[in-house]
Design a protein around this ligand. Sequence first.
Ligand SMILES: Cc1cc2nc3c(=O)[nH]c(=O)nc-3n(C[C@H](O)[C@H](O)[C@H](O)COP(=O)(O)OP(=O)(O)OC[C@H]3O[C@@H](n4cnc5c(N)ncnc54)[C@H](O)[C@@H]3O)c2cc1C
Length: 320
Amino acid sequence: MSDLATSTFRQLILRLSGHPWFRRLVTGTPPGRAVASRFVAGESLSDAMEAARALDRIRIASMLDHLGENVRAPEQAADAANAHVRALDRIAEAETLDCAISIKLTQLGLDFSVDLCLAHVRRILEAAEPAKTLVMIDMESSEYVDRTLEVFRAAHAGSPRVGVCLQSYLRRSERDVFDLPMGSRIRLVKGAYLEEPGIVYASKREVDESYSHLFATLWSRGHAIDVATHDPRLLEGARRIAEGEPNGWSRMEFQMLYGIRRDVQNRLARDGYPVRVYIPYGTEWYPYLTRRLAERPANMWFFLSNMVRGAMTRDARRTR
Ligand SMILES: Cc1cc2nc3c(=O)[nH]c(=O)nc-3n(C[C@H](O)[C@H](O)[C@H](O)COP(=O)(O)OP(=O)(O)OC[C@H]3O[C@@H](n4cnc5c(N)ncnc54)[C@H](O)[C@@H]3O)c2cc1C
């Protein structure tokens, strides 16, 4: 599929995902839930911990993401913060498990106020102390970038256990990269949201070039970098740079998503590289799943072919 076709497909699926009928189709049918189970570890914290332990057995670290975004009331933000604290308590109990968490600020009330959101983030960071682990802040759509970086800077001033994500498809990231707390931990991704054409790079080539430039800038400024991509060329480029510097691996690791390129995850871990897998869990999996469907036409075809097969089986039963 050409670059243009892939990006048109991606935009189409992300636009469709806003329609209630599409949501019903995905969340209310067995094929939708079947596809979700490939990318989401389960609905409970126990499911996520089980996935983390299975990865740990093959020397892959993990990062739990309690799914949810854009909560509609401040009480829901408090509930989400409690869920993250519960996850951190379980991680602390697990002692030897190398497991971080990742949070979305719109799940913690960013739509209501920066102060409310920051208070929740600080509480989560306190809970991360006994677990001796990291709290990474996801980057959501572009309207939240300024506020996300504001919360990150304020939280980082009080705790080094927090890091943030930067997206290479955003043109503005080439400026944002110079405005991060020195030495802070940064997850570098391509970006997964539906954005207006002017603010993002349009072609894969430009997004990849931007990724390499941002990586080089972050590296030269002494940041710890989570290379969060499944793209073999970018993984290889980052590997060479880390290897070219004494102790390079002390500030870099590879990160991938649960259910995506397990072959690459396993191979890198077998070869002794630091790998961490992002494990989403919870009942609010719809927006996360639609972003994964939009990234890969094959995922959407898999979903649609399961729908058609399901419908044909039902028809066959009726005519029997
Ligand atoms: C740990 C982690 C955290 C992330 N956090 C954020 C975040 O906070 N904010 C944000 O905007 N985005 C985030 N993302 C998503 C990211 O922006 C990309 O959308 C996603 O990683 C796909 O891009 P890619 O870098 O793998 O490169 P691509 O060029 O899209 O893909 C490279 C290869 O990976 C495989 N692949 C990629 N996606 C899929 C898929 N859905 N299904 C099957 N195979 C696939 C294919 O083999 C593909 O050829 C995160 C990604 C990771 C790995």
